[in-house]
Design a protein. Structure first.
Length: 149
């Protein structure tokens, strides 16, 4: 990667760099004088309107509307939250929480949302997430380990 220095070198001497995409963007900008950008894997699905569900769109509007209301009322240092209502059908309302209670705080998934091996979600998670992401979900194939020979 040219004169770029790795941010980490493993015990075998292999250098790890920020990312090839970041390096290429800087190279394009420097050598060609063009603006360049890249998307990190994992961010595209969080920002693409093509992947927004109806629930995403409705709740984004609801949260924005409530944030404007709070601002007009002079409320600050608050985060608008979505509160999921109990019941078999999905519904939510808004509320707020002081930023000091949620900023830089990790809220892990409930343990019942991951299988015992910790490598896949459970039906409980699917039931929780499906109303949020829309459906039906794609079915994934499972690869089976077969003896060689």
């Amino acid at each position: 990667m040219g004169s770029e220095k790795p941010y980490f070198v493993d015990p075998f001497g292999h250098g790890y760099y920020e990312s090839p995409a970041a390096y290429l963007c800087r190279l394009v900008a420097r050598e060609l004088g063009l603006r360049a950008r890249f998307d990190k894997p994992g961010t595209i699905q969080r920002m693409s309107m093509a992947l927004a569900s109806d629930t995403d769109l409705e709740e984004a509007y609801l949260v924005g509307q409530k944030a404007v209301q709070y601002a007009v009322e002079g409320r600050s240092d608050q985060m608008v939250t979505l509160v999921r209502e109990q019941g078999s059908s999905y519904r939510c309302t808004t509320d707020s929480v002081p930023l000091a209670e949620v900023a830089n705080v990790v809220k892990p998934l409930p343990s019942g949302f991951l299988n015992p091996e910790g490598n896949f979600v459970t039906q409980a998670y699917r039931d929780y997430a499906l109303p949020l992401i829309g459906g039906p979900l794609m079915e994934y194939a499972r690869l089976e380990r077969r003896p060689v020979g």
